[in-house]
Design a protein around this ligand. Structure first.
Ligand code: HEC
Ligand code: HEC
Length: 393
């Protein structure tokens, strides 16, 4: 999972990674309660968990992504060369793992004793993407040009007062830009085919299928060499079944669940105003790919903060960034949308790139069938991923 921006962190394992993010407790809003619908906890899924206990697997994997991104390390840097290609060996202790455990306890202690139990200090506060934090101020930095503002930073806050009508205006312009509410109402489902490439395919293009049904069901299956990797959201619960994860079926919770829901809702954006709450605008002006964007921030049902970036000229959504909670800090996940094309009178992005602490992937659609029949079963909990042949681990 891992990954870091500057240094292209290549992931460990031929096995892979991708991570998820997420956080705690399951919510069961669909009345489908039952043991089956409870997320698996880290200490039940893994063999040697001493500090990060009592959190669901997706949140645990998000924490690993947070470590990797904060220190600029690959999974196998901490887990040892023998862990490449063997999830079992991830349970072995190494000196760096032991130090990382102590650092989690230190972070908690600092926050408890000096910051009133608010998580102000994280691994990234000190490490800034490197294994050995700098301890001496840099004169080059002090006298050099400051780096450009990063529009994704959660710390970037509105510089002018909020205005509900300004939010409304941006969202209305978007709805108009994609075809208008009436047209959106006529698109109730689709199936799509295309290609996917990413860390987990060694950037080779492989086939992908997307199934979606309004208002908020969505399933994506990527046909990687090792098997089929499926992410699905049925309207209330979400799962990932992937061949490259240490656990073949992972239920998504909190921030990951918020994300799956949002991805599904943005697929049919007529109800975008209800998808998030506590909207904010008035962020400092920023550009994406040299184009001015309007930034709004909102909060998803599970408490996840999300920023949406709309092209000021076209009104179209060009980026979302969400900040998924883990026990040690927030991990950013970004989706960049482009190549909007009309499908049954509704403009949809045919190209998107997802970037997170665990890797980067690009999906390109080539063929979309609007209002196609999609069986309800498509969105339900997938079967655990099974590797084809002898390919993996
Ligand atoms: C900075 C060091 C560090 C990095 C980098 C790191 N891990 Fe870990 N990993 C740990 C520690 C520490 C534990 C044990 C946590 C505990 O005891 O609560 C662990 C445990 C695990 C386990 C559970 C193994 C078992 O069966 O007990 C898995 C799986 C895992 N890591 C996967 C990953 C992946 C995938 C990555 C890359 C995204 C990664 N880790 C990156 C430190 C690290
Ligand atoms: C208050 C600052 C601070 C925070 C917060 C912090 N670290 Fe560290 N960390 C350090 C310093 C300083 C070192 C020693 C670096 C050196 O040896 O040059 C270190 C060392 C480490 C090492 C050993 C590196 C090596 O090569 O020996 C690991 C692994 C590590 N930290 C992981 C983490 C993780 C994971 C977190 C978050 C849970 C974290 N750190 C949070 C300051 C911090």
């Amino acid at each position: 999972m891992k990954f870091n921006s500057r240094r292209t962190i290549r992931c460990a394992v031929g096995t892979v990674i991708l991570c998820l993010l997420g956080t705690s407790v399951a919510r069961s809003q669909s009345g489908k309660a039952g043991a089956d619908q409870k997320p698996q906890m880290s200490e039940d899924a893994f063999k040697n968990i001493q500090v990060l206990r009592g959190i669901p697997v997706n949140e645990f994997m998000g924490t690993m992504g947070f470590f990797a991104a904060s220190l600029g390390m690959n999974c196998t840097d901490c887990h040892g060369d023998d862990s490449a290609g063997s999830w079992d060996r991830y349970a072995d202790d190494t000196p760096l793992k032991q130090t990382a455990r102590r650092m989690v306890l230190m972070e908690n202690l600092i926050n408890r004793s000096d910051f009133g139990a608010t998580r102000m200090v994280t691994c990234y506060t000190c490490h800034r993407g490197v294994q050995h934090p700098a301890v001496t101020p840099s004169l080059d930095e002090q006298y050099g040009a400051p780096p450009p503002a990063d529009p994704d930073q959660v710390e970037m806050i509105p510089s002018v007062p909020d205005s509900p009508s300004a939010v409304e205006q941006i969202l209305d312009k978007f709805i108009q830009a994609v075809g208008g509410a009436q047209q959106l109402g006529k698109l109730t489902s689709f199936t799509a085919k295309g290609t996917y490439s990413g860390f987990d395919t060694e950037f080779q293009k492989v086939p992908v299928d997307v199934f979606a049904k309004a208002p908020n069901q969505r399933t994506t299956t990527v046909h990687v060499t090792a098997g089929d990797d499926t992410t699905s959201f049925d309207g209330s619960d979400a799962w990932i079944a992937a061949t490259n994860k240490p656990v073949p079926l992972i239920m998504l919770t909190k921030g990951d669940l918020d994300g799956a829901r949002l991805d599904a809702e943005l697929t049919f954006p007529a109800t975008i105003k209800q998808s998030l709450s506590k909207w904010h605008v008035g962020f400092p002006p920023v550009k994406i790919n040299d184009r001015a964007v309007a930034v709004v921030e909102g909060t998803a049902g599970g408490g996840t903060h999300v920023k949406l970036f709309f092209d000021k000229t076209s009104g179209l959504l060009v980026r979302q960034v969400r900040f998924v909670d883990t026990p040690v800090g927030l991990i950013p996940l970004r989706v960049d949308y482009s190549d909007y094309r009309a499908v049954a009178g509704v403009k949809m992005p045919f190209h998107w790139t997802t970037t997170w602490v665990d890797g980067q992937s690009t999906t390109e659609l080539s063929n979309v069938q609007p209002n196609a029949a999609v069986a309800e079963a498509k969105f339900m909990k997938p079967a655990p991923a099974v590797s084809r042949g002898a390919a993996s681990k």
